[in-house]
Design a protein around this ligand. Structure first.
Ligand code: AMP
Ligand code: GLY
Length: 427
């Protein structure tokens, strides 16, 4: 079966790598891909915001499955256009992608279906939001309602900070994404990423993961897309996973089906594990990046089979087999990220780092110059991912590989997995 994978990040490299290992994969195309994806797939320059061109490409190349990695094309409705042409697509249609595209849409479902989440209120004027803030006080979390590339959330410990955030958002710093503001209760606990494969009716839980969102060690510095991740997340016990399925994922799938907008694809719940149990922070309508990288290292089941079953409504009774070992991924980013940074620096030593069978270096923002040298072209650039019997072992192996990479313009956190490693040390 020929497959088209949309995206260019480390998540898509991990997906391409796993898809390429399927006994059912024919030619895998990637649009636009990157230097790592190019080793697994044929990279093509397709305007993914022009569904007609994508459809023509799929027909011409006998593509039977389209896998959409990032959220933007999903929120824009690429899956709808492909479905209209009968092309199976892994990823939700526009109406279902609102679970990520609109925080107030998700909050409304939580309220109607009793899904545990932070208390919240939605405002469409600055005055009303400021009045609520005055009554509620700090700490409080201020969010732009729409997609803001992960930057639209301000966890405000002080009143002044919350007030400034509200003024900024209504002032237009996030453009149309800030037409509405959500104010919510600050949740206390440990965060975890939970993934479920969905076919519209049935949800199959995948492995859990934990992400590190802050740029620097000890969870300091600005928020990023994620500086490292590992799987499984020790905080997610079997009992906790069952609660998440019962209290959060299943009612959400029911809500979407009842609304006539069934959810197909991977549903990623960002959770806070509080004293009262799991609470939903937010949904994403795609795999996490970098969480997907350790997940793909651990996945034993054929990914094409799983994704196809999701698109045909055949997940019921299915099972997913995981490597019992842990996997951990360290993100190497260009100095300056998540702020401004220079593109074009040369990276050496990736082959050396990846020589260990238990290590995989996934590429995010990379390309090759005319001489074949590896060039950094993005903020997050490499995801050095390793398997180990324990998270401690996976961490050691990943950092040994990182040390073999020669890239003076890059930086990485040195403490990915610290919570899990501390837990393992305590036994
Ligand atoms: P989001 O984009 O909604 O995932 O938010 C980004 C980050 O902000 C989350 O990963 C949390 O660390 C934090 N956050 C969001 N909402 C809350 C909340 N209600 N309480 C505490 N932290 C939150
Ligand atoms: N790693 C967080 C995300 O993918 O949104």
């Amino acid at each position: 079966m020929n497959i088209l994978l949309i995206g260019a990040g480390g998540r898509e490299h991990a997906l391409a790598w796993k898809l390429a290992r399927s006994r059912r994969a024919g030619t895998i195309f990637a649009a636009p891909g990157n230097a790592g994806i190019r080793e697994e797939a044929e990279c093509v320059a397709l305007p993914i915001d022009d569904p007609a061109v994508v459809i023509t490409f799929c027909k011409k190349n006998d593509v039977r499955l389209v896998v959409i990695g990032p959220e933007a094309p999903l929120v824009a409705g690429l899956a709808d256009a492909l479905a209209d042409e009968g092309i199976a697509t892994f990823g939700p249609k526009k109406a279902a992608a609102r679970l990520e595209g609109s925080k107030s849409f998700t909050k409304d479902i939580c309220r109607r279906y009793g899904i545990p989440t932070a208390d919240y209120a939605v405002f469409d004027t600055e005055a009303a939001a400021l009045a609520h803030l005055k009554a509620a006080g700090a700490p409080i979390v201020v969010k732009a309602d729409g997609l803001a590339a992960g930057k639209g959330v301000i966890v405000a410990t002080e009143m002044a900070q919350a007030e400034a955030a509200i003024r900024d958002i209504f002032g237009g710093v996030f453009g149309a994404a800030g037409a509405k503001v959500v104010l919510e209760e600050m949740l206390i606990g440990e965060e975890a990423s939970f993934f479920a494969l969905c076919d519209g009716r049935t949800a199959l839980p995948l492995a859990t993961a934990q992400d590190h969102k802050r740029a620097f060690d000890n969870d300091e510095g600005p928020n990023t897309g994620g500086m490292g991740a590992y799987s499984p997340a020790p905080v997610m016990t079997g009992a906790m996973n069952a609660r998440v399925m019962d209290e959060i994922i299943t009612p959400t799938l029911t809500a979407m089906a009842e609304a006539g907008t069934p959810y197909v694809g991977v549903l990623y719940a960002g959770l806070m594990i509080t004293e009262d149990g799991p609470k939903l922070i937010e949904y994403n309508v795609r795999f996490g990046d970098p969480e997907c990288q350790p997940l793909m290292m651990r996945l034993n089941t054929d990914l094409v089979d799983l994704m196809e079953a999701a698109t045909t409504g055949d997940l019921a009774g299915g099972a997913v087999d995981w490597d019992a070992r842990a996997a951990l991924s360290v993100v190497m980013a260009t100095r300056g990220y998540p702020g401004s940074y220079e593109k074009g620096s040369v990276i050496e030593g990736v082959e050396r780092a990846a020589a260990d069978d238990l290590v995989k270096v996934f590429h995010a923002g990379t390309s090759r110059d005319d001489d074949g040298a590896l060039i950094a072209t993005g903020g997050r650039v490499l995801n050095v991912t390793a398997l180990g019997e324990t998270i401690t072992q996976a961490q050691r192996r990943a950092y040994e590989a990182v040390a073999k990479i020669d890239w003076p313009e890059g930086f990485h956190r040195t403490d990915i997995g610290h919570r899990a490693v501390a837990r393992e040390r305590e036994g």
